[in-house]
Design a protein around this ligand. Sequence first.
Ligand code: EPZ
Length: 418
Amino acid sequence: MYRYIIKGGTKLQGEIDVSGSKNASLPILAATIISGKTTKLYNVPDIQDVKTTIKILEGLGCKIKKDKNKLIINSKYMKNTMIPEDLMRKLRSSVIIAGAIIARFKQVKFSYPGGCDIGARPIDLHLKNFKKMGIKIDENTSYIECKCDKIESQTIALDFPSVGATENLILASILGKHEMIINNAAMEPEIVDLASFLNRMGAKIYGAGTNTIRVKGVETLKDVSYKIMPDRIEAGTFLIATAMTGGTIKLNKVIPEHISPLLHKLSECGCKIIEDKNTIYLSTNGRLNGAEIKTMPYPGFPTDLQPLFSTMLTICKGTSIVTENIFENRYKFMQEIKRMGGKATIEGKTLIIKGVKKLHGANVESTDLRGGASLVLAGISAKGITKVSKVDYILRGYENFDVKLNQLGANIVKEEGD
Ligand code: EPZ
């Protein structure tokens, strides 16, 4: 395990390139199974979750070459249709690999992904809609076994616009002679990126980015090259980090509309924001005002930026209110922020934050990916030294996190040990 030693009190200034999206890369990597051909992917973030997904695909028989952010995946010789339990536990979102395996092999065996630090994260919406598609599911052992002769045409209505369930249903529907309609589908940009990748391969997916997605099964897919979209959550993380230190930043290789709810909120708090086609410029002038946020499915305020934005609110003026509507346990990081002088109380889904002028350094422990990143942002803006342990959580989802922050003027030392 690694930890960060952070000397706080520096302003972040400068510019960085945003890396490729973790949450677009994972479903697109899963999708490379379906073609049985060769896929070249560019702008793939060099992060632990990608490395874990590569291990799963290699375990299934895919041949993969990795050169930093470029991957070449040949899924021709894949024959194994079981996802190993230990890797399922390491990466719960690997449940979407099941949909891709079903698409090509009409069977798959995998274990329950298990909850994580932000909630139970069940997969009931995935499984009950697989059944509607004609997939027989046996849950009688510690494994889930899925089998079908063919995917049947169906109109599916998701109870909740789940990102993972939407991706899994799209993946499972790619090959065949059916037509699948998914109502109340998730509309996240990562779904649009997955659909444009699959359509580049020869799939027929219509309506990605809206709440109704139609998939027309096809017979075969082809070799394809594809560049992964920018990571909108990394982009938002760096904007919030800069705002907390009263600095200025220029983000390159970003798509501003992907995080417009955050940009509006940062402006409301007093930041100056200039957007261009693929850049965002942020500057601040004095202490920021507090705000109220409610997380919602896209295009609402993204739940993944809630821990980071809530951390910023702990040093804004006045009282702020945060409502987390997506995950039932996504305030754990705030216990650690309180060790740094943050003032917040939890009432059900709501976090009430009383702004303080400054946080102070402390020894804190990462609780999950975005919660861990929040502690780093708090340490950079705090007075004194902050030790953040278990930063392996953070390295799962942010490429060169400490390197990029130090390039902007932070003072972070990464060391072995917990
Ligand atoms: C994806 O997770 C992202 N992960 C998450 O990002 C993100 O927070 C989430 O979407 C919401 O935007 C990846 O893309 C790899 P959901 P996912 O299914 O698909 C409930 C990060 O930090 N639900 O949209 O798991 C679920 O419990 C991660 O990068 C069911 O009840 O999210 C949650 O409360 C964290 N039954 C809500 O829906 C189901 O079958 C949203 O989950 C599925 C989900």
